[in-house]
Design a protein. Structure first.
Length: 240
């Protein structure tokens, strides 16, 4: 029987080298796995098959799936009506209602103001707050009925719930006249011009803090040559 001792040793050495290469390849494969420290999805990839990468090279752009942030511009003086958490202060921000119109469907989410950006937008001089919405991809079972993902880049409408105000009267914007006055009709149908204190001006109405009494009738029609003590023939607006 012929013994091929040198050949056996050579084959064994080649096998051992191949096994070592397999283990090294498996180790290198493990080292190519990249884990994000939060739940996310891949928005774009920045590498290709066979590409060599250096340490610190970007490989992908990702976006979180637990929360999404919406930057909301608003006039600077509106900030005083909102709860905006400050750094280091435990405080709940104002509630935000987020609405998306998609064809004939309207989708709703609820979020909160979580912070304000630390500068004014130089283009329009507007303040900017950040609204955070939890579970924008409806992964929570109670949110699966939404059937719509709130994706980065979507245009949405955001309604911010401001501070609750009591003891004010909402007056139609058209009933406010020069120098913040309203026209009142007394029990004898005489006109009185009354100065009022305005707390806030909305698009269609103003909030009057003082100057009006409960039960008083306000003139809603523009009158030519209105004067104190003028006799009127009032007609109640339908529905009032």
């Amino acid at each position: 029987m012929v013994v091929y001792e040198p050949q056996l040793k050579s084959a064994k050495a080649q096998r051992d080298a191949a096994l070592a290469n397999v283990k090294l390849a498996e180790l290198n494969l493990k080292r190519t796995r990249v884990f994000a420290p939060f739940n996310c999805y891949i928005r774009s990839e920045q590498l290709g098959i066979g590409q060599f990468l250096n340490a610190g090279s970007p490989v992908a752009a990702v976006a979180g799936t637990d929360q999404v942030e919406i930057v909301v511009p608003l006039p600077l003086d509106e900030l005083s009506w909102l709860q905006v958490p400050r750094n280091g202060v435990s405080q709940k921000g104002s509630i935000a209602k987020v609405e998306l119109q998609s064809g004939s469907q309207v989708y709703h989410w609820q979020g909160r103001i979580t912070r304000a950006l630390g500068e004014i937008d130089p283009r329009n001089r507007m303040a900017r707050v950040v609204v955070t919405v939890d579970d924008p991809f409806s992964q929570n079972e109670k949110n699966t009925k939404l059937l719509k993902d709130l994706l980065p880049g979507m245009f949405v409408e955001v309604n911010l719930q401001g501070e609750e105000i009591s003891d004010v009267v909402a007056v139609p914007r058209g009933a406010l006249h020069d120098n913040d006055t309203v026209w009142i009709v007394d029990d004898e149908n005489l006109l009185h011009i009354r100065a009022v204190d305005i707390l806030r001006r909305e698009r269609d109405e103003v909030l009057v803090l003082s100057g009006l009494n409960a039960g008083e009738k306000i003139v809603l029609t523009n009158l030519s040559g209105a004067a104190e003590g003028m006799l009127l023939r009032p007609q109640l607006r339908e529905g009032n």
